[in-house]
Design a protein around this ligand. Structure first.
Ligand code: CAA
Length: 278
């Protein structure tokens, strides 16, 4: 089976790796140009090399996984059986991407989106075929959950197919009806926003807040480090969707989150957020 991943950023590359590590999948990793797509593949190469160095992956298997990933622009997806779109979190970008793919791809190719909070129903408008949500979590090669989201026009059989594919790649599906933030982000992102509020108000140091949640709630990482990992721009965009959908005060993005995003302190991807990265 051939899967096309659209968008070779952190999520796209992670999703491509998850598929390529499963025997029966070949992967087309795409971006707006060959260089961006190749950068995504290099990211996967680095992640796999680390596992080889640690003795957790054989060199030969590492090479086999990499050989299953072809890079390019979306035109190479013409014979794919499944598309997982992980492009920018902008409605128009996703709609246009799928409209173009509808012209390129086989009639029976399934269209899935990795959107973190946009409406599946809206994304599928004027695409020419239905779309299903297939929401992975960062780091995608490691985290087991995939939210499988139905829009108003997503056929039940399509949802069932995606659930089977999720299980094939060794992950765990949870079925979700479309609603703002789905399940995880509706709970997780307001928590990060709250942690930012405590920090901005001088309630505790960033290290203190993160240690508190790690040791007091047994989270694998603290909320501020997690915000950095997700990307503070992504956190802000999700808060804005929640605020628009539900209009409740608890979903107001904290001004300090806006300030960080304005200052391009977005976390791991820009090298600086609540913490510094190199
Ligand atoms: N890419 C690939 N693999 C990674 C990775 C990455 N970015 N980060 C860590 N790993 C791998 C490591 O190589 C290691 O693999 P091995 O066991 O095979 O050696 C394994 O994950 C564990 O890593 P570490 O030992 O270095 O560190 P850890 O045990 O502290 O785990 C973590 C790191 C997996 C990131 C863990 O801290 C964690 O689960 N944090 C929470 C992450 C989370 O909540 N993510 C969800 C964000 S929300 C989202 O993504 C949705 C959205 O729409 C915004």
């Amino acid at each position: 089976m051939k899967v096309g991943i659209i968008g070779a950023g952190t999520m796209g590359a992670g999703i491509a790796q998850a598929f390529a590590q499963t025997d029966q999948y070949e992967v087309c990793l795409c971006d707006i140009n060959e260089t961006f797509a190749e950068n995504g593949k290099n990211r996967i190469r680095q992640a796999l090399e680390k596992r080889v160095e640690k003795g957790k992956l054989e060199r030969e298997v590492c090479n086999q996984i990499l050989n299953k990933i072809t890079t390019g622009t979306s035109e190479i997806c013409f014979d794919c059986d499944l598309i997982v779109e992980a492009a920018l979190e902008v409605l128009e970008v996703k709609q246009e991407t799928f409209q173009k793919l509808h012209e390129i791809c086989k009639e029976d190719c399934i269209f899935a989106t990795n959107t973190s909070s946009l409406s599946i129903t809206e994304i599928s408008q004027n695409v020419g075929r239905p779309v299903v949500g297939m929401h992975f979590f960062n780091p995608a090669p490691v985290l087991k959950l995939v939210e499988v989201i139905s829009g108003l026009n997503t056929p039940k059989e399509m949802v069932q197919k995606i659930i089977r594919i999720v299980e094939e790649i060794g992950k765990v599906p949870v079925e979700v009806e479309e609603s703002g933030g789905f399940v995880v982000n509706r709970i997780l992102i307001p928590m990060i926003n709250e942690a930012i509020g405590i920090y901005a108000e001088g309630g505790a140091s960033k290290e203190g807040i993160d240690a508190a949640m790690k040791l007091g709630a047994n989270h694998p990482m603290g909320p501020l480090a997690l915000g950095d990992l997700i990307g503070l721009d992504v956190c802000l965009a999700i808060m804005e969707v929640l605020q628009k959908e539900f209009g409740e005060a608890k979903y107001h993005p904290h001004p300090y989150l806006r300030k960080m995003v304005r200052g391009r302190k977005l976390g791991v991807k820009t090298g600086s957020g609540f913490y510094e990265y190199n």
